[in-house]
Design a protein around this ligand. Sequence first.
Ligand code: FEO
Length: 160
Amino acid sequence: MLSEKMQKALNDQIAAEMWSSNLYLSMSIHFAILGYSGFTSWLKRQSLEELEHAHKIIDYVVDRGGTPVVSEISVVPDGYGSALEIFEHVYEHEVKVSKMIDDLDDLALAENDKATQDFLRWFIHEQVEEESSSKAIVDKIRLSGGEQFLWFVDNSLNTK
Ligand code: FEO
């Protein structure tokens, strides 16, 4: 059985994952309009992954006898800058999400909730991957000289 505090924190994380999904969907639309199919498909995949993260937590809360809440999701920012700025934003966002997961893990530890600590291991590992994959795109754009060879970076994401 989840404590009230743990349930509330997990429900907040469900909303955060859904917000991330909308953020990446919105970014993918931005690139789709510009004609960058690689960035579009990468961000679309990320958007779907974030939804899966939300569903994972929803299922877990149900399994532990809690009540998941699908709350209102606040509007994501628009008016994006350059591709470099967008992927820097993605990377910074993932670093922030890693901190959220760490905070959840700290709470589970404080509550002596071993099942939730165990459940969160998957997310802790996943965040390493999410930070790394978004940072790799930032690096690729930088190495390609910013906007100059953007098409090549975009194309390299088509095959993944
Ligand atoms: Fe669900 Fe990208 O963190």
